[in-house]
Design a protein around this ligand. Structure first.
Ligand code: F0G
Length: 464
């Protein structure tokens, strides 16, 4: 391979390589996942992370404005003139002391990385700009994904904002939240609702895009994960280039954790970061394949040879027992995460752990996050609920610096929020009771008053 940028099978014993223009996104030799790989010495990587700060002074250049592409020397697969950006990645790391107290770490030690600020309202835009750029490089006219809602929203936004591609979206029936479905429809995506769940839709979209030659933007696409690496660069930047002790992230298809792990491995390889954070992946208990396999069955990366048999056996068992993913955190309602081997590699490299949290814990943590200043959707709150659990179990220490990734905006799923806070017990039971949520400990109920000035004033004096 003479190119400085190429694709490579993640399994070192296979090590097959492909050109940067290939779009099959599977190793032709062993069927494994692919990485975007770089021959760094030929690509002039940065000498110091602090050098990126100079980009701030040049925000009129769209590449420097983008929170993804201002780090382009660390994802150098695209010629700058091919980059497609819609201003993604303008996100913040916020210190959240009330959430710190909920999690059980010292004040000043808990940070929320708020990816809900992206143009489509979730972290997906970080990856979509990279996948879209690659799609343009290879001349794609149509792009597809299966989605629990955020990937599809992001794809729809990128297609409508740039006018360069047609978005084709596969969703399962019933589970997608209204905020996300609204985005797909509003932005003009061809929306294909399959009678099945996300895992079914994911299988179908791979078959269909192969058959019809449609560009696939799910996180099985390694170019997407290149964009998602930048979430970690922004976290480091906000912490003045010093790694936190922990990065805690919800786990669905396991793209984020895989991208974060790759980001840290590369920074180490380039001598740009001396100390790595530990990674913690949090599953919803109703969609907990990764927790079961890593946390309980001890599945590990094993130098690139994870025990495939135990993964297949686990999926057979799910099928035999007709177990389907089910959680209020619909974004991570996934039982067959496509990036599982990459996630194992990430945890191996970063001393990672996996845990699970119940829907009750997710919604309680979500209310605490909301009351603490930043709104997030249920899946995102799994990170905070998980951090609290890891703290209770003594895995995270009270003095550790912890970054929880808030992957999506609160307005993505208002149904879950209103059901939690509602005064109407029937709504609570209908929407949440079926998911095993029994209490709304942190509910902020609306106060019901007659349309009478004295009564209104009395109520305000009483409750404020
Ligand atoms: N949080 C949110 C809000 C998500 O939308 C997703 C994934 C995740 C967490 C999990 O991230 O897959 O990288 O582990 N949503 C995908 C979708 C599956 O289709 O929008 P992951």
């Amino acid at each position: 391979m003479t190119e400085a940028v190429f694709q490579r099978c993640i399994h070192p014993h296979c090590g097959a390589t492909l050109g940067v223009d290939e779009t099959t996104f599977a190793c032709p030799r062993c069927g494994g996942l692919l990485d975007v790989a770089y021959d760094w010495p030929r690509l002039h990587p940065p000498r110091m992370l602090r050098d990126f700060e100079s980009k701030w002074a040049d925000r009129h250049n769209p590449l420097n404005f983008s929170g993804v592409w201002r780090f382009r020397e660390l994802l150098p697969f695209a010629p700058p003139e091919q980059v497609l950006t819609i201003g993604e990645g303008q996100t913040i790391l916020q210190k959240a002391d009330s959430v710190a107290s909920y999690v059980g770490v010292q004040p000043g030690k808990l940070f929320l990385q708020y990816e809900g600020l992206n143009p489509s309202g979730s972290f997906k835009d970080n990856g979509m700009t990279a996948a879209f750029t690659h799609a343009r490089m290879v001349g794609a006219r149509r792009a597809a994904c299966a989605s629990t809602g955020n990937t599809s929203a992001s794809l729809a936004v990128f297609c409508s904002a740039t006018g360069l591609m047609r978005a084709i979206i596969f969703i399962g029936s019933g589970k997608i939240s209204y905020g996300k479905l609204a985005q797909a429809l509003d932005h003009g995506a061809l929306t294909v609702q399959i009678a099945g769940d996300f895992d079914d839709a994911m299988q179908r979209v791979q078959q269909v895009s192969r058959r019809l030659g449609i560009y696939l933007v799910n996180s099985i696409n390694p170019f997407r994960l290149e964009g998602q690496k930048t979430v970690m660069y922004r976290v480091l930047e906000a912490l003045r280039w010093e790694a936190p002790d922990w990065v805690v992230v919800p786990g669905g298809n396991l793209g984020n954790v895989s991208a974060f792990g790759k980001a840290f491995m590369e920074l180490t390889e380039l001598g740009l970061l001396q100390r790595l954070p530990r990674l913690a992946v949090i599953n919803a208990a109703g969609a907990n394949t990764f927790f079961k396999l890593f946390g309980q069955a001890n599945l590990r990366w094993e130098g690139g040879k994870p025990d495939k048999r135990s993964i297949e056996d686990y999926y057979c068992k799910l099928d035999a027992e007709k177990i389907r993913a089910s959680t209020i955190a619909s974004a991570i309602e996934i039982n067959r995460p496509v990036n599982l081997p990459k996630a194992l590699r990430a945890l191996d490299g970063c001393g990672g752990v996996v845990h699970e949290v119940s829907d009750q814990e997710i919604l309680d943590a979500k209310a605490k996050v909301g009351a603490g200043g930043l709104g997030c959707e249920p899946a995102s709150a799994a990170s905070v609920a998980g951090a609290r659990k890891l703290r209770q179990e003594g895995i995270i220490a009270a003095e550790d610096r912890v970054v929880c990734i808030l992957t999506g905006h609160a307005l993505k799923d208002p149904t879950a929020t209103v059901a939690y806070h509602t005064t109407d017990q029937k709504t609570f039971e209908e929407v949440l009771g079926t998911r095993g949520v029994r209490r709304a400990t942190y509910a902020n109920r609306a106060v019901q008053v007659p349309n009478d000035l004295d009564e209104i004033i009395k109520a305000i004096e009483l409750y404020s």
